[in-house]
Design a protein around this ligand. Structure first.
Ligand code: HEC
Ligand code: HEC
Ligand code: HEC
Ligand code: HEC
Ligand code: HEC
Length: 240
């Protein structure tokens, strides 16, 4: 970092660009954090209309994440299950539970339960689950597990945001995704650990991927010692 800045002082035009960019980011930062709603925060865990527990259903009962979040591999949004999915069981199980009254009301009236949204990136940033949950082609296929971005959901009685979902967080992985890759059939596995053979394979797979904004790809030193900035194109990858 120190080296970058020392060399940077030799190229005034870039400093100008950096200042404009930096100033913009700073201004936006101030505005952003000023108006930031709570759902961007790590630890955000709002009370839900029904005290549904992932610990009970996904942990103790081992129901696969995709039974309820069935769009997660196919579309941008993982989505929250419809009342129908819960009623597959709760028409028969605990059907008189007072905790489940809002579920029965939803079923009888055809109105949604009204689950509160927890994880949310701002509208000006683009995120797609299907592009992350399953990635690569041919022999170079891999996945990023739910646990990497959401933590041990199977141990949560109340879902809590574990990662900041900030731009820096996205870019940290885009810079070096290998350590976050896993075999495609381990997407929802909360206990999987990489072995040495997989670690080597993951490094190879990572080379075939092309995440936008990778900082190693964003800047390049020219032969004459000046800096070429190629970041703008990759900004569009997430800010479309
Ligand atoms: C039986 C259905 C069911 C299963 C199985 C299930 N979920 Fe959920 N999930 C829900 C419901 C309902 C909500 C909304 C209420 C809440 O947040 O608890 C939700 C919410 C979430 C959220 C937060 C959504 C938001 O608004 O940001 C995440 C993340 C999540 N689930 C991940 C998982 C993961 C990972 C698994 C597997 C370990 C899993 N879920 C298994 C039903 C399920
Ligand atoms: C595969 C079957 C199944 C599905 C699907 C399912 N549940 Fe359950 N749920 C159960 C079982 C079984 C229990 C009771 C566990 C026990 O008592 O040990 C339970 C318990 C509960 C309880 C606690 C009730 C009480 O009185 O203690 C709530 C609340 C609940 N479920 C909500 C939901 C919601 C909301 C959904 C849909 C997002 C859902 N469940 C989907 C099987 C299911
Ligand atoms: C690379 C990181 C990453 C992975 C892997 C990931 N998620 Fe997410 N998840 C996010 C982000 C970021 C959001 C907020 C998305 C938005 O605002 O559009 C989110 C939002 C959600 C939501 C809220 C509803 C929605 O679709 O936005 C649910 C539910 C969810 N994730 C479940 C899962 C499940 C289940 C898995 C594993 C099969 C998973 N996620 C894997 C990053 C991830
Ligand atoms: C744990 C690692 C990881 C995290 C965290 C992550 N990504 Fe990615 N993302 C990847 C990888 C790897 C690829 C490349 C996929 C490929 O080349 O097939 C990718 C690709 C993308 C793409 C291009 C594919 C598409 O959907 O058009 C976008 C856009 C993207 N990520 C946005 C985001 C945003 C926004 C965040 C933060 C909210 C984020 N990512 C967080 C690993 C990650
Ligand atoms: C991997 C996806 C990704 C790439 C690539 C990316 N951004 Fe972002 N950016 C985000 C996300 C996600 C946010 C929202 C952060 C939050 O909610 O705190 C964001 C927020 C911002 C903000 C608002 C200030 C802030 O920090 O909250 C600015 C300004 C910005 N980005 C500029 C850029 C520029 C300039 C580039 C190119 C050098 C770029 N972004 C590349 C994902 C990305």
């Amino acid at each position: 970092m120190a080296q970058i800045f020392r060399r940077w002082t030799n190229s005034l035009p870039q400093i100008g660009t950096a200042a404009v960019l930096g100033g913009g980011v700073l201004a936006t930062l101030v505005v952003w954090y000023w108006f930031a709603p709570a759902h961007t925060d790590v630890g955000y865990a709002p009370a839900q209309p029904i005290p549904y527990s992932h610990k009970l259903h996904a942990g103790d009962m081992q129901i696969d994440c995709r039974y309820c979040h069935h769009n997660v591999e196919k579309s941008a949004h993982a989505g929250v299950p419809s009342t129908q999915v819960c009623m597959n069981c709760h028409r028969h199980v605990r059907k008189d539970s007072t905790m489940l009254k809002p579920l029965r009301d939803s079923w009888d009236n055809g109105t949604p339960v009204g689950w509160k949204r927890i994880h949310k990136v701002p509208d000006y940033a683009f995120f797609n689950h299907s592009a992350h949950v399953q990635l690569g082609v041919g022999d170079n296929r891999a996945a990023i597990g739910c646990i990497t971005c959401h933590g041990r959901v199977d141990e949560m009685a109340v879902v809590e945001q574990r990662e900041p979902l900030s731009m820096g967080w996205c870019l940290d992985c885009h810079d070096a995704p290998a350590a976050n890759l896993r075999p495609t059939d381990k997407v929802t596995d909360m206990l999987w650990r990489a072995d040495d053979a997989w670690r080597l394979k993951a490094i190879q797979i990572a080379k075939t991927l092309n995440p936008p904004g990778s900082r190693t790809q964003a800047f390049k030193w020219r032969e004459d010692g000046t800096l070429e900035t190629r970041a703008t194109a990759s900004c569009n990858g997430c800010h479309r």
